[in-house]
Ligand binder design. Sequence first.
Ligand SMILES: *Cc1c(COP(=O)(O)O)cnc(C)c1O
Length: 865
Amino acid sequence: MQLPAGKTLGGLNRGANLNRAAPLRPASMRSRAAPVLAMAKPSINAAATAAAPPTAASETDLILKKLRYDFGKLTPETPRDAYNGAAFALRERLIDQMEATHEYWRKADPKFTYYLSAEFLMGRSMMNTVLNLGLQGEYAKALNEMGFKMEQVAEAERDAALGNGGLGRLAACFLDSMATLDLPGWGYGIRYKYGMFKQLVDRSTGYQNEVPDIWLTDGNPWEVKRNDVRHKVCFGGKVEKKDGKSVWIPAEEVWAVAYDNPVPGFRTPTCANLRLWDAQPLEEFDLGAFNAGEYDKAMLARERADAISAVLYPNDATPEGKELRLKQQYFFVTAALQDVLARFKAMHGTSNWDLLPEKASFQLNDTHPTMAMAELTRLLVDVEGLSWEQGVKLTSQCLNYTNHTVMPEALEKWPVKVLAKMLPRNLEIIEIIDEGWQKWLKEQGKSDEEIKRMAIIHPNQWNPDEMLVNMAYLAVVCANRINGVAAIHSEIVKDELFNDFYKVFPSKFQNKTNGVTPRRWLNFCNPELSALITEKLGSDNWVNNLEELTKLRAFATDKGFQEKWQQVKRQKKIQLAGLIKQMFGDDVNLDSLFDVQIKRIHEYKRQHLNVFSIIHRYKELKAMSPEQRKQAVPRVCIFGGKAASSYDIAKRIVRLINQVGNKLNSDPDTKDLLRVYFIPDYNVSLAEKMIPGAELSQHISTAGTEASGTSNMKFQMNGSLILGTWDGATIEIAEETGVDEVFIFGVRAHQIHELRKTRKDLKTDPRWDAIMEDIKGGMFGDAEYFKPLVDSVHDMNIGNDWFLLANDFADYMRAQGEVDAVYKDQSEWTRRSIMYTAGSGKFSSDRTVREYAEDVWNMKPCRPQ
Ligand SMILES: *Cc1c(COP(=O)(O)O)cnc(C)c1O
């Protein structure tokens, strides 16, 4: 592969980094100068030397140097100071490693996969970097010398919360696995200035309040701005015909400017990249307008551009801001595609387009990036001048689509009117694709009725005058492969959601059961359990080969091993209790069963079913004599999760949980036996603390509604038992762990339709009715406020109990009773806990990503030598 001088892969500009880094090195680091300088004449050998572990003394020097010259501080006074020094020191290592990786990949020219996602929920990076690079000894020592503990320093980092929940966290786990497996892969997304909102909960009233997540104010050491990597993004205007060709004359243009976020693999020299785009105006400032005294107008372009990459949308929100959301999606998709095509042309010229599918594969994370279907065609045909046929063919060979939900409101549909205004040429392309698609269906002998059902552009079912573009249908028609995210979900995708399409091309559809990275979700967040596992298995190879955990099954009933397992769990419970103490000032009974439900607040996830059952438990305890109470299993019920700001019922659920907590936690009769805590502002870092301390976790969605779930996998890895419904990946977790080990309740997915339709045979329970009356009677205050919540599940004229809480209640209480019974037998509980961890190997995202690589991306690892 030959590149003209100065051109680098993806604009990874080696020269710039070198010039800056070299003179800053302290005297004691001159011995390290060689590998850095070696980068000037890029060679494959540079990769290995650049990543070579330094000595501890040099780490201290580097940290102090960064602090001195980047922050103007001679010594770190606070953990945040130490964090700044350490993070910017680590950043240099990451950049060296990323440069070396890409230098190698530039020469080897392997196939790449580009993961396009509107969300990347990365969480904190410092510990992940230290541990993935194998620098824990050096950094612990260096920070100790400065008077800090590494864990304390890590706490000073703010979460990068550029995602809502599971979907965004999945993208982050996949990047970790791709890098760890040496798969050439990049993420592409948006560098939101404000990520997921911060959730505040008023302690006395229980209301959720949202404040912006201003995460960039203190600087972000984990990114590198690439001023020289930018692409033009156009909006609006009109399409004109010239010589029979469509020419888009846009009304508005902005730059997409690249920020690279190195993604180090675990125990490998590979360091991949997450490239996030920031919107910038073409003209910073309109001096003419300013001179004419029009100050606001002078800044207009800047403000309009800023708005594009300003905020992450809460996924369950109402259609407000539709135009801006569409702009965001198009913005990052076109920037990513232009970036990949530019790199492809630099590598392979402009006459080898048939090579594109052998060099590039794209995975679209849900419908948010599916404008790529029209955009790649547009770029290939309008910009690169390929024929329509070739453009469409290459598009469908390169793009793959993952479906994440069966909730109709989350499957995006854009009004044709909005598209016509915002992206007129893309609309035209979608119309041509739709026309050809319908014509082809007719040729296949499909009926008019069937064709109507499968049309990409169709009338709004609530407002037949409005035409909509169904982005999921566009994706299904154009994609090379389509997948669901757990076995049951992929079946629903084939049999219900896209059944018509499945019948047309069955071989396009696949299942890829989600996974999570065992580095962050077991090895790093639970070092105590990891050490025990490593001790038992004789090595820590399991971190990269999670299936090895099955060997733990042999020790599940071993008394000595059980005791050690219990000791570790106790330690993690003490840490979680410490968090509760710190947040609420309460000491909780450590012999209680720690019962955790943490996830976005949603009616389908049924946090209200959980809190209703807690109310029932409370009433039972109140009715008991002191003697009887001694027999009860004490519980600490812990909740966490954000309600979308516009999701009214979800906010009422948050408040009910808090109000129930307020009452129960101060009731002298029961407070040693039942507590309820709502941990505000649930995010990745809190998840890392809460999951290892959980003994039971709840995944109680109405069967058929949770596509996969991924927190269930994190809990399983950490030996938390599961109380759940037969839904999403929980089914596969049960199969791997042993179906009898999991507390399962509720109706099955295939029964739901009938139940909802006929509402016959719906189960009722007097205990349920009593709970509803208690809430409506004001047992937890503000009866008026909670009435709509109760009505949504209890008044058959209003909410109609769409998610079937009442129906599942009795079986849920039965399963809860089983939980208590097993908990009384601590040896049996511990045996199950070991069996959970032992059965979690399948749910490593390494397995998931390997399956994508083989079945969808058709690519191989390429490890820098
Ligand atoms: C894993 C994770 C999720 C997904 O949780 P589910 O229970 O699968 O919905 C959401 N948010 C955060 C912060 C996570 O780490």
